[in-house]
Design a protein around this ligand. Structure first.
Ligand SMILES: NC(=O)c1ccc[n+]([C@@H]2O[C@H](COP(=O)([O-])OP(=O)(O)OC[C@H]3O[C@@H](n4cnc5c(N)ncnc54)[C@H](O)[C@@H]3O)[C@@H](O)[C@H]2O)c1
Length: 424
C-alpha cells in the first residue's frame, strides 16, 4: 500500500498544544488514515519550537524528535523539511512564524486570533497564494455540534433574519495570572476569546451559510482594568464588544460580546459561556454549563475537576469497545486540517493540485481569505483599547465607509484615524 506522510512542525508548546494537538499527535502516530478518495496517509510530528525549553524533555521522551528554543528556533525547525507548520504561540506572535512557514512552502495552521491587523493578514494571504499552500486558522467552536445545528436552522431558514444577540465567555483568573502571566501584559481578553464569537456570528449569519451579502458596519468596545494590571495601564481585565452588521434589506443586526479573564477559579465550569441570538421568528439560547452534566467529587471539584464539564471539546474517555482516548471537536478541527492537506496533495494528479487547493481554500470556515471580517474586528478592538489606555475612550470603528476600510472616530473629536485604507 502506498503511504504518504505529512511531516508536521509545531511552534508553541503551551496550554492549547497540550489540550488538543498533543493527543492528535500521540493518537495519530503510526495510524494510517484515508483521504476523501481513500488514499492512505499518516501524520508525523517531526520537530517542535518554542521560546523556552519547557516541555522539551516530555516531547523528546515521547517522540524522540528535535526540539528547538530561542530566536532562531522556527528556522531550525523548518530546515528539517516540514509539510505542515502549526502555530500556537501567544496572540501577537503568529505573523512571523506563519510567514516563515509559508515562504518555505508549508501549509500553515494558526491558532486564533490569526493575526492582529489587516495589513498582516494581507501579507500572509499574498504569500499563501504565491507559495500555493494553505494558510488556515483554528476556530473549533464552529465544529461544536450545537453551533452546527444553529447554522443548519439558519441555513434552512427555520430561524429567519437575525436581529441581535449576546455572547459571553469568561475565563478564570488562573489564565491571566498563571498560564498567560508571561505574555498577558498589554493584552486583552477580547482578542483572545471574543474572536471565537466574531467568527461564529460572521460564519453562521453571513454568506458562508446563506447566499446573501451582509456587511460588517461598525465595531465598538469598552473595557475594565485594575486586576491583572494597573487601573490606568494597557492590560485589560474584561472587554465588551458591540458589533453591527447590515442585512441586504438595510436592516441592522447588533451583537454584544462580553469577555473576561478574571472570573473566580472556583467557578463550576472551566469557563462561563453563553450565547443568545434573536431572530424575526425565534430565539436561540445556549449555556455551555447547562448541557446536562454536573459532577461533584470530594476534594476534587470544582478546582481540579470541574462541576460543569464540556465532554464535547476534548474529553478523555473510555470507549465501550476499547481503551481510553481523547476525543472532541477541539481535536476534530486539527485532524480536518491534515485531511485537507492529504486531499490537496494526493487525491488526484499533480496537474489538478491547484483545483483541489482552490476548492479547499474556498472553505471559509478556516481559510485566511475568509478571516477578513474577524481580523477587522480584532484590529479595531486593539486600536480602540490602545487609545482608551491613553485616556481616549469610547472609540468606534466604521467599516468600508466613505473615509476608508477601517476608520476610528472618538467622541467629540473631528479627526479620524485610518486603520486600514482599502475596503476590507
Ligand atoms: N483554540 C482555542 O480555543 C485556544 C485556546 C487557548 C489558546 N488558544 C490560542 O493559542 C495560542 C497559544 O495559547 P496557549 O494557551 O497555548 O499559550 P501558552 O502561554 O500556554 O503557551 C505559549 C507557547 O508559545 C511559546 N512561545 C511564546 N513566544 C514564542 C515565540 N515568539 N516563538 C516560539 N514560541 C513562542 C511558549 O514557549 C509556549 O510554549 C494563543 O494564540 C491563544 O489565543 C486557542
Amino acid at each position: 500500500m502506498k503511504k504518504n506522510t505529512i511531516r508536521i512542525g509545531m511552534v508553541g508548546l503551551g496550554m492549547i498544544f497540550r489540550e488538543t494537538y498533543l493527543p492528535v499527535f500521540q493518537q495519530g502516530r503510526g495510524r494510517i488514515k484515508l483521504t476523501q478518495e481513500d488514499n492512505p496517509y499518516e501524520i508525523q510530528l517531526i520537530g517542535v519550537a518554542s521560546q523556552t525549553e519547557r516541555s522539551h524533555s516530555t516531547i523528546r521522551e515521547q517522540f524522540g524528535i528535535p526540539c528547538y528554543a530561542g530566536p532562531d528556533a522556527v528556522n531550525q525547525l523548518l530546515s528539517l523539511g516540514i509539510d505542515a507548520l502549526c502555530i500556537a504561540t501567544p496572540d501577537g506572535t503568529h505573523h512571523f512564524p506563519a510567514l516563515q512557514g509559508l515562504r518555505h512552502g508549508c501549509h500553515v495552521l494558526i491558532e486564533k486570533p490569526s493575526v492582529l491587523s489587516l495589513q498582516d493578514l494581507d501579507v500572509l494571504e499574498e504569500q499563501s497564494n504565491c507559495s500555493q499552500s494553505m494558510a488556515r486558522v483554528v476556530y473549533h467552536k464552529l465544529a461544536d455540534p450545537d453551533h452546527k445545528r444553529l447554522r443548519t436552522l439558519v441555513g434552512e431558514n427555520v430561524l429567519c433574519h437575525v436581529n441581535s444577540g449576546y455572547c459571553t465567555l469568561l475565563e478564570p483568573k488562573s489564565i491571566s495570572q498563571g498560564t498567560f502571566a508571561a505574555w498577558v501584559s498589554g493584552r486583552n481578553p477580547s482578542t483572545y476569546v471574543a474572536v471565537h464569537y466574531f467568527k461564529l456570528i460572521d460564519f453562521t449569519f453571513g454568506p458562508a451559510t446563506l447566499a446573501i451579502g451582509w456587511k460588517l458596519k461598525r465595531i465598538g468596545c469598552h473595557g475594565q482594568r485594575g486586576i491583572v494590571g494597573p487601573s490606568q495601564g494597557s492590560t485589560w481585565d474584561s472587554v465588551q464588544n458591540h458589533i453591527t452588521y447590515e442585512h441586504p434589506d438595510g436592516r441592522e443586526a447588533t451583537f454584544d460580546i462580553h469577555t473576561s479573564w478574571v472570573n473566580p477559579d472556583n467557578f463550576p465550569g472551566y469557563v462561563d459561556q453563553e450565547v443568545q441570538f434573536r431572530f424575526d421568528n425565534g430565539t436561540w439560547n445556549a449555556s455551555q454549563r447547562k448541557r446536562g452534566v454536573e459532577l461533584v467529587v470530594d476534594g476534587l471539584t470544582p478546582i481540579e475537576l470541574k462541576t460543569n464539564i464540556n465532554n464535547h471539546y476534548n474529553a478523555c474517555l473510555m470507549d465501550p469497545w476499547g481503551p481510553k482516548v481523547t476525543k472532541g471537536y477541539g481535536l476534530e478541527v486539527l485532524e480536518r486540517f491534515f485531511a485537507e492537506i492529504a486531499h490537496v496533495e494526493w487525491d488526484g494528479s499533480k496537474g489538478d493540485r491547484n483545483t483541489r487547493l482552490n476548492q479547499v481554500k474556498s472553505l471559509s470556515y478556516a481559510d485566511l481569505s475568509g478571516d477578513r471580517n474577524v481580523v477587522a474586528m480584532v484590529h479595531a478592538t486593539e486600536a480602540i483599547l490602545d487609545l482608551a489606555s491613553q485616556g481616549k475612550p469610547g472609540g468606534v470603528v466604521e467599516v468600508n465607509g466613505e473615509h476608508g476600510g477601517l476608520v476610528l472616530s472618538l467622541p467629540g473629536v473631528e479627526e479620524r484615524v485610518i486603520l486600514y485604507e482599502k475596503p476590507i
